[in-house]
Every structure is written in structure tokens, then in C-alpha cells.
Design a protein around this ligand. Sequence first.
Ligand code: ATP
Ligand code: MG
Length: 314
Amino acid sequence: MGKTMMGHAVISTEGLSKRFGNRVAVDSLTVAVGAGEIVGLLGPNGAGKTTTLRMLAGIIAPSAGHAVVDGRDPASEPENVHESVGFLTESPGFYERLSAERNLAYFAAFYEGIDAKAAAARELARLGLADRARDKVGTFSKGMKQRLALARVLLHEPRILFLDEPTAGLDPEAARNLRELIVSLKKDGCTILLSTHNLSEAEELSDRIAVFRTRLVAIDTPRALRESQFERRLRVRLDGGTETCLAALRGEPYVRDAHEEEDGVLTMLLSDPDRDRPRLVARIVQAGGQVLEVREDERPLEDVYLSLVREEEA
Ligand SMILES: Nc1ncnc2c1ncn2[C@@H]1O[C@H](COP(=O)(O)OP(=O)(O)OP(=O)(O)O)[C@@H](O)[C@H]1O
Ligand SMILES: [Mg+2]
């Protein structure tokens, strides 16, 4: 269990595995997700993300191992798991000739104790589709169908959400709205597994990121994953005095490496970037450097992801 896990585990798995014929899709996944956590699932096509979500939602049975979701085993109690989970699938189906509101009211009626019409209206409004409520789903654009699919998943106000590529195919504004919705669902206490190929989205939303490649390659905060693959470098942009600064810095014991990356920009490896940064800046100023900017040269999550996946491949 990671240090950032909040509360008790709402989802946990032990040795969860799935094979299709003799192809292993998910190999012995052991993981725990805390209440209110968003965990981003990353991995190449065919890595087993969707298969994992389908096992957790009780749609397919594991070949080995087991899972506990909201205190229940999805393999033996799928109906009970369906009550607490909302699963946005890769290709949700709708009745194309029925209106959006009829579709939602139809699916809402599967849940006991909810007012189907009211739930449909509430979710259409939440997803910005109220003005299209009476239109046939067959006339909806791809992004509108995607939003309708999310509306359908929220009908029974589940505390656990499995979102399989929720923003795929959405325009930038609709994708941002959906990310904001995900953040507000988290604020309401939802626990969310989010499969995505959008790495900046994963980084923005996820408390922890799980990298899959049939096996779980790594799971941690974006920052910890970054630091596991790349050393932290500082970039200092100067308005003159680069040569004298470089000479001065190379004499400092806490500077492990310093070089001029581009004209007027120094890149440095420090023994301890947080501890050493103030004295580094002081030394640069003392050496006559005109400091324009000091910042951490943060590697994009894409580099971190590719490094992890390639490491696993090797
Ligand atoms: N019903 C099935 N029958 C046979 N093989 C399957 C089935 N479902 C998935 N697989 C196989 O399991 C592996 C994992 O597939 P899965 O859909 O879980 O990947 P994914 O990580 O979701 O990929 P993507 O990013 O493309 O959505 C793949 O090799 C796939 O071909
Ligand atoms: Mg998938």
C-alpha cells in the first residue's frame, strides 16, 4: 500500500489474473486503492487495463486470484458490486432511436429505490445535455454520446467509478468539463479508477498512477514515478556571466554536475535539490550572474511512462 493511500482500501486485489485461452491478459495484480483516491491506469494497447476493470466490476471472472470492491467479491456477488460501482465502458450501447432521456430513464429503472425520471433529468443537466434531452441518441455526435454514457454511469450515484478512457474523442472544452466533473466527484468522496492514454490528464487528475503491461509495472504518485526514472535537474537562466558562474559552481561540493545547456541556460544536478537551491542561487549571484529564472527541469510524464514501459520490456 502506497504512502499516499487515503483512508481504508475500497478496492483491493490479490494475485488477480486473467487468461484468454493461453494468452495472459492480466498477470497476478496485487494492489489496494484507498477511499477517495483517483488512480490513473496507464499502459500500452492490450496491457490489460480494460480486462482489470471488467474483473473488478464483476463482468468477467478472474482466472486466478481475487478482488474486493466495497467489501464484496465481484466474482461471487456481481449484482451487489453493480450497486456501488459506475463503470464507463469503452463502447457503451444506447438505443439509438430513443431519446436521451428515455434511454437514461430505462437504464435508471434497473436500480431499486431511485426515481428513474428524476435521475435521468439530473444527470442530463450535470453533463450539459439538458437541451438535447428529447433528441434521439442516433442524432448525437460522438462526444455527446460519451457525455451521455457518463450520465448513465452516474444515475445511481455510485461511490466507486471505473472510467475507461472517458475523454477519448471529446473536444478540448468537453474534455476539460469532464475532467472538472471528475474532480468534483472526487471532492464528493468518490473513489475512481481512470484508464487513459492522455498522460497530462492522468497527471492532472491522479493521486497515483499505475503503469500496466500485463503485470503491474509501477504504482506511485506522478512525482515519485518521475524521481524513480530521472534525477531532478535545476535550470538557471542568466543574463550574462555564464562562464564565471559555471567555473564557480563546479568548485561547490553539492554541485554534482553543471553545464551550459543552451545560450545562457545552466543545467545542474545537486546533491539535494531542495536543500541546496538557496545556496546555489546565492553563489551564482556572488559570482556575478544575473539570474532571470530558476526552475526545476521537470521531465514530462510521457518520458517517465516510456522509460517504465521500456524497462519492463527489456
Ligand atoms: N474477450 C476476450 N477474448 C480474448 N482476448 C481478450 C478478450 N478481452 C481482452 N483480450 C485480450 O487481453 C489483452 C488485454 O486487453 P485489454 O482490452 O484489457 O487491454 P487494454 O489495456 O484495455 O488496451 P487498450 O489500451 O487498447 O484499451 C489483449 O491481448 C486482448 O487481446
Ligand atoms: Mg482498454
